[in-house]
Design a protein around this ligand. Structure first.
Ligand SMILES: [Ca+2]
Ligand SMILES: [Ca+2]
Ligand SMILES: [Ca+2]
Ligand SMILES: [Ca+2]
Length: 261
């Protein structure tokens, strides 16, 4: 009897805690996004009435040779179609981070946009230089071995039966590999994305965008934006960093386009 009561009390405590290593889902219409793990902030569900299309979405920092990731947030807010997660003093007090994710359902099933904005603030007391990678493992239509990816402008388009578009706004580089080459390379440290890997597949797509050597004065903040668009256009046309245009061989095209105007 006592043991049963104790078990019951533990169960109630787990149900009552939003911090059991798992975020609360946000929804808009029939669309849903959720982080399924906080340690690391990684595994996800992104769906609109059909399959989960995204296995992992994560942010990886590198500063002074140290790779670090956000884990369990210091605060969490989930209101309607938006979640806000904050972390204080990452990497031994070097930076604070606030992640704001907004889910927008679009007309019809299996269509939605997911905008992910990370604000990073230097709290170190001195100047710092950061690399920041947004990484995604898409398993479009819930299957991992048959996805095909192509470069569209400075964005990545991944196709199975559905189309998932991926942008890193203003990023300096991108890269695509089969699972889990890119993730493991970034986590090992000292790695820069090199614009390779497209076209890709069919295979187990993973990809990412990197903002490189971002200089932040003490107290300064900068925002970094990534977006997923499921069977709809991206919400904005990304203006890539010059380095990404150079890396993709698109700088001449972009300048020529501008001149013609
Ligand atoms: Ca929809
Ligand atoms: Ca697939
Ligand atoms: Ca790097
Ligand atoms: Ca995949």
């Amino acid at each position: 009897m006592l043991r049963a009561l104790r078990r019951c009390a533990v169960l109630i405590a787990v149900l009552a805690s939003p911090l059991a290593g798992r975020a609360v889902p946000i929804t808009d219409g029939t669309a849903l996004f959720q982080y399924d793990s906080f340690t690391p902030l990684s595994f996800t569900t992104f769906t609109d009435t059909a399959s989960n299309h995204v296995f992992e979405a994560r942010w990886m920092f590198e500063s002074g040779g140290t790779v670090f990731e956000p884990g369990t947030p210091d605060s969490e807010s989930y209101v309607g179609n938006q979640m806000v997660l904050t972390w204080n003093g990452l990497n031994g007090g070097e930076v604070d981070a606030t992640l704001t994710i907004t889910l927008t359902d679009q007309a019809g099933p299996n269509t939605a946009n997911l905008v992910q904005v990370l604000e990073v603030t230097n709290t170190s007391g001195g100047a710092i230089n950061l690399d920041l990678v947004h990484y995604a493992d898409f398993d479009v239509d819930g299957t991992s071995g048959n996805d095909v990816a192509t470069l569209v402008g400075s964005t990545i388009q991944v196709d199975d039966l559905s189309t998932l578009r991926y942008a890193g706004y203003g990023a300096d580089a991108l890269q695509v590999t089969a699972f889990s080459t890119l993730r493991d390379a970034v986590l090992a440290g000292g790695y820069d994305l090199d614009n390779s890997g497209l076209p890709f597949g069919p295979g187990d797509f993973t990809g990412g965008f990197e903002w490189q050597n971002v200089a932040l004065a003490d107290g300064a903040s900068q925002t970094f934006t990534a977006e997923f668009a499921l069977n709809v256009p991206l919400l904005a046309v990304p203006e890539p960093g010059t380095a990404l245009l150079l890396g993709l061989g698109l700088l001449g095209l972009a300048l020529g386009h501008r001149r013609r105007r």
